[in-house]
Design a protein around this ligand. Sequence first.
Ligand code: PMV
Length: 351
Amino acid sequence: MSETYTASITAPVNIATLKYWGKRDTNLNLPTNSSISVTLDQSDLKTTTSAMTCSSFTKDRLWLNGEEDLQLSESKRLTQVLANLRLKRKEKEAKDASLTKISDWFIHIVSINNFPTAAGLASSAAGFAALVACVAKLLQLDDDMTELSKIARQGSGSACRSLFGGFVAWEMGEHSDGTDSKAVEVAPLEHWPQMKACILVACADKKDVSSTSGMQLTVKTSDLFQKRITEVVPERFEQMKKSILDKDFELFAELTMKDSNSFHATCLDSYPPIFYMNDTSKKVVRLVHKINAFYGKTIVAYTFDAGPNAVLYYLEENEDKLMTFIYAMFKNLNGWENKYNGDELNKFIKN
Ligand code: PMV
C-alpha cells in the first residue's frame, strides 16, 4: 500500500459589504479597488473540502458536489492555484531533506457546498478558500492566512477574504506582481458578535452573467466606474473599517447599502447593461428602507452580490423587529413560524 496524506477543512461564505468589482490584472486577479466583507458563521453557508495525495495517483482529480470535474486540467485558475501551493511545498522540501517529496504527487480533492452553487451566494469564494486551506494543510505548509490569501485570490478574487472569520479587508495593493494584494483581518467575529446576517434567496438558479465577464464589461464600458474606484470606494473603505472598529451599526449599514447600490449602478451603466437584481430584490430594498424609516433609525442593511439574493445585516437585539416585517412580506412562502404577528406589524401595515 502506497503512503498517503489526507486533510479536511471547511471554509465559510463571505459577503462583501464593500464590493470588489473590476480587475486591473485578469491573470493574477488584481482588483481595481479594495473591498471589505463579513465572513458568516461556520455553521451556516460553507464549503467542506477533503484532499488526499498518494505516490500512486496518476493525475489530479476534483469532485464538486458529488460529480467529477473532468475539465480540471483545462481550468487555468485551478491549475495555477495548485501549482503555487506545490511550489511552496517544493521550497520547504529543498530546505529540509528529511521531508517526503510529496510536491511531485498528484492530489484528489472532494468539495461540497451546503448551498446553491454560482447563484450569487459567493460559492466560488468559499470553494477556492477551502481548496487552498485544505491543500496547504495537506502539504503541511507553514504560511499564514494572509500569505495563502494571495494564492486563493488567483482562484477567485473574493476567496482571499474567506480564509478569515469575522470582518476582513482585501487590500488591493499597488505592485504589478500581486505580492501586496492580500486579505487582512479588520476584526474577529468576537469583536462584534451581535452582528447577524439573514439571507433571502430570491432565486437559486445559476447566474447568467459570471462575475468575471460582468466585471470586465463594466471596466470597459461604464462611465460611472472610474468615479467609483478613484473617489467613492477609497473613502468608503476607511469609513467602513472605522465603523466596524467603533461598532457603529448605523454608519456601517448606510455604507453597506450605498455600496451595494453603487456596484449595481455600475452594472446597469455597463453596455449592454447587466441586471443582477430582480423584482423581488427591489421589493426587499424598498422594505428595508421602510422598516428603517418606521423605527426612525437604521436597524437593518441590505447588500446584493452578483445575483438577486439579498443579505440583510442587523444587530441581534433587532431580530424580532426585522423578522416581523420579513414575515409579513413573505408569509405566503413555506418555512415560517407564525410568531411575528404583533402590534408593531399592524401599525406598520396601517402606515
Ligand atoms: O470573486 P468573484 O470573481 O466571484 O467576484 C465577486 C464579486 C462580488 O461578489 C460581486 C463582490 C465581492 O466583493 O465579493
